[in-house]
Design a protein around this ligand. Structure first.
Ligand code: C2E
Ligand code: CA
Ligand code: CA
Length: 776
């Protein structure tokens, strides 16, 4: 359609060019008759009519624009017809070409065309406005209309009326109407904010009516009616040319090739006032006014200029203020929707966007990314480093999320990505892979657990976030540094786990925890030399629950700290009591398990000191069992362990041999005792020379005892379940053991009875060797 519209413009331009050529030829060579001058306008009119007709035929116009152009078609047809009639009439009476005026019927035809054009302009809708705004717009337009009209009247119609050579009323009416189209459209166009009828199209239509009429009057007034005839050949075809250009503008606007311009209406009244001042100045300077009257007029003009200026400055100031408020508003908007540290979107914005995605029913996924063990980093290296790490993770998220992902800091060490379209698993895998590289200057390795949930039909913001939470939780339980997509039913075990946290709190308050003691015996004579305290939960409805079921939950919720404190106090109290009751030689070592989480607790050393002081248990009889993974938790844990060692408390490495760096660890860690893990004791007795597995176990057990001897450490073999194992262990050099075969965990009373039984017979006061110091 654009190409076609251009063709009409070209045709109309050719007509105008031909008119110009003819005019020059006529004025220089005097070729042909003057009457030909009138033929060009209707010829152009044919092309303008065809262009508008074609525009309507092509379809696709919005209804308002369609109505406008349909009305315009009628106007163009009538005006073209009127002028064609006039041209025909002149050509027939070509001798009177310079004096003959337009036939009344033809003039009426064209006049109706102009009125229809005005009507079309009036009906173009303007920007909707209400109340004061509506009145302001009306006033602005009235001012604009009057300003323009005064100028055109002064420069155009007034000279025609005043001319020495009389003008035909037809010519004057038509010129006036043409000017009216121009003025009306000009005062309207500023308020048509990119509406269905294109602004530039309106401008060009206005020009088609106005420019031509204005030029005609100027030429006519300068040359007189007779002299102006040949000039018609140049000027008159401009109208159809501008009309075809207007069609082209409308076509291009519909194709979206141009954007609607912004404001413009605001300057119109100022221009109008200035325009009205021009003729006023001309009148003031012209004769025959007395000079005092001129002063009055000029002063009035000056006042309008100053008022205009003042208004304009106020307007500029308003615009500036408005802009700065908008900037401020935007900044505020940014601050409430973004995280201060990382600059990522925050929880509020995240929820908004998720809600929007759900409302639009577009496929979306939420990835909940929780850093593993971030608290440790924060504790060990300080909050500064923790913050740096979060910023690095944020940067990574931003880089990986891509154009379809919104990276979010949900809070603390929890991040999220709202992903539309793309594959969530692929992104999760990319994130985990990227986290495999050390982050930030501290060369820290952080890992994350990722939960994925789909924002499917019927879901709500809360349900999606809950699903993602459950999936993330499951990922953590499956061993961290992984991702899990939510599936139905996944929530129940997780929920049970979460409930467990709450129940633990209650159990702690209701004293539902008990401590049982498993004896540690000398393999040689099965004499009890120590105990390991093991916690039990005496559940009111579920009976006795083992630590494997609730220690992980207690660790995660932090309840392990008060729970561990209870076990510590209970064990110290009990051990001190046994020592008082059965003599200091009866029980040498009281051991208990300590979680990594407890070693992070800044009050832990103080708790131990207090427990020893309050119960009177000598520090060298307390054994704290820690696992290798707990020991490897960085500097603060290491500091705590050394402090405990200095205190005189003995440290045991629990589950020894299962970790990756067991042997090298022994040198850096102030251990006094090594507890050989049950997995190396299992099958240690099988000795048919064949199974390689048993050999390997024996090799570890042998290596451990040799290393322990070299370093001067005590050893305890764990999980001893048979007499054969005792034999095998003794052969390897182990002196102490713990296990169901030797003794099961006992209640405090059961333990008391056992100790009573092995009391040396009265009179036998041989001090038992310090049993746990199996080697000398
Ligand atoms: P652990 O420190 O390795 O404790 C030894 C576990 O092995 C105990 O299980 C004990 O009952 C069991 N056991 C002893 N002899 C044998 C045997 O011959 N065969 C087999 N199969 N098992 C044997 P329990 O009491 O269920 O404790 C499990 C784990 O829970 C402990 O492993 C320890 O890591 C943890 N735990 C227990 N009490 C506490 C506590 O008070 N605080 C902390 N932080 N952890 C505790
Ligand atoms: Ca233990
Ligand atoms: Ca153990």
């Amino acid at each position: 359609m654009t190409r076609e519209a251009r063709r009409y413009v070209l045709a109309a331009a050719v007509v105008a060019a031909l008119g110009t050529v003819w005019c020059v030829a006529y004025l220089t060579v005097g070729a042909g008759t003057e009457a030909i001058a009138y033929a060009f306008a209707p010829l152009g009119g044919v092309f303008a009519t065809a262009a508008v007709h074609r525009l309507l035929g092509a379809g696709g116009l919005p209804p308002v624009a369609r109505r406008f152009w349909r009305t315009m078609l009628a106007a163009v047809v009538l005006i073209s017809f009127g002028y064609a009639w006039f041209a025909a009439d002149i050509l027939v009476h070509y001798r009177e070409a310079s004096t003959r005026s337009m036939p009344l019927a033809a003039a009426a035809c064209a006049a109706i065309g102009f009125l229809i054009a005005i009507w079309a302009m009036i009906r173009v809708p303007v920007v909707p406005a209400q109340g004061v705004e509506w009145w302001r717009m009306l006033l602005d337009r009235a001012i604009g209309f009057l300003g323009c009209a005064v100028v055109l009247w002064y420069a155009g119609l007034a000279p025609m009326i005043d001319a020495a050579d009389p003008w035909s009323p037809q010519a004057m009416v038509l010129t006036g109407l043409g000017l009216l189209v121009a003025v009306g459209a000009a005062t309207k166009v500023s308020y048509v904010a990119g509406g269905p009828v294109d602004r530039d199209a309106i401008r060009l239509m206005a020009a088609a009516g106005g420019v031509t009429a204005a030029i005609v009057t100027v030429i006519a007034v300068r040359l007189g009616p007779a002299g102006s005839v040949p000039a018609q050949a140049i000027v008159m075809p401009l109208t159809p040319l501008l009309a075809t250009l207007a069609v082209l503008a409308q076509v291009r606007a519909d194709l979206g090739l141009r954007r609607a311009p912004g404001r413009g209406g605001v300057v119109l009244p100022y221009l109008a006032v200035a325009a009205a001042d021009v003729p006023l100045v001309a009148v003031a300077l012209g004769a025959p006014l007395s000079w005092p009257s001129r002063v009055v007029l000029l002063a009035a003009v000056l006042v309008t200029v100053l008022v205009t200026l003042r208004q304009y400055l106020a307007f500029r100031e308003n615009v500036r203020l408005l802009h700065s408020t908008r900037v401020q508003e935007e900044r505020l908007q940014y601050e409430v929707s973004h995280d201060g540290l990382t600059g990522l979107a925050n929880r509020a914005l995240f929820r908004d966007r998720l809600a929007a995605a759900l409302a639009a029913a577009e496929p979306a996924h939420v990835l909940l990314v929780d850093l593993d063990d971030f608290k440790t980093v924060n504790d060990l290296l300080g909050h500064g480093v923790g913050d740096e790490l979060l910023v690095s993770v944020a940067r990574l998220l931003r880089a990986e999320a891509g154009p379809h992902g919104l990276p979010v800091r949900v809070g603390g060490d929890e991040f999220a990505v709202l992903l539309t379209g793309a594959e969530p698993e692929a992104l999760a895998a990319r994130l985990l892979a990227a986290l495999d590289q050390p982050l930030s200057g501290h060369r820290l390795l952080v890992q994350a657990s990722i939960g994925i949930a789909a924002a499917g039909p019927g879901a709500t913001v809360d349900s999606v976030l809950r699903d993602a939470d459950v999936a993330m939780y499951t990922a953590k339980q499956r061993g961290k540094a992984g991702f899990v997509r939510y599936v139905d039913g996944m929530g129940e075990p997780v929920l049970a786990h979460m409930q467990l946290g709450g129940e633990l709190r209650r159990a702690l308050d209701h004293d539902e925890f008990r401590v049982v003691y498993q004896p540690i015996l000398r393999l040689e004579d099965r004499r009890v030399v120590g105990v390991e305290a093991l916690v039990r939960w005496q559940h009111p409805t579920r009976g006795t629950i083992g630590p494997a079921e609730f220690i992980p939950a207690a660790e995660r919720t932090g309840l392990i700290v008060p729970l561990g404190r209870f076990v510590l106090r209970e064990t110290c109290r009990q051990a001190a009591r046994w020592r008082a009751e059965f003599g200091p030689g009866a029980l040498l070592d009281a051991g208990l398990n300590v979680s990594a989480r407890q070693l992070h607790d800044p009050d832990f050393v103080a708790d131990v000191t207090a427990a020893l002081a309050d119960t009177g248990l000598p520090c060298e009889h307390l054994v704290l069992e820690v696992t290798e993974s707990a020991v490897l938790r960085g500097q603060q844990v290491s500091r705590t362990l050394h402090e405990l060692d200095r205190l005189g408390v003995r440290l045991a490495l629990d589950d020894f041999g299962t970790g990756e760096s067991s042997l090298s660890l022994l040198r850096a860690f102030p251990a006094a005792i090594v507890k050989l893990d049950k997995s190396f004791v299992d099958g240690i007795e099988i000795d048919d020379g064949q199974p390689a597995a048993a050999d390997a176990r024996q090799a570890v057990a042998r290596a451990v005892i040799q290393l322990a001897r070299a370093l001067g450490l005590d050893t305890v073999a764990e999980g001893v379940e048979s007499a054969e194992q005792v034999v095998a262990l003794r052969e390897l050099g182990y002196t102490l053991g713990q296990g169901y075969h030797l003794a099961e965990p006992l209640t405090a009373d059961g333990m008391s009875r056992l100790l009573a039984r092995q009391q040396p017979a009265a009179g036998d006061q041989s001090t038992p060797a310090r049993a746990l110091s199996g080697i000398d």
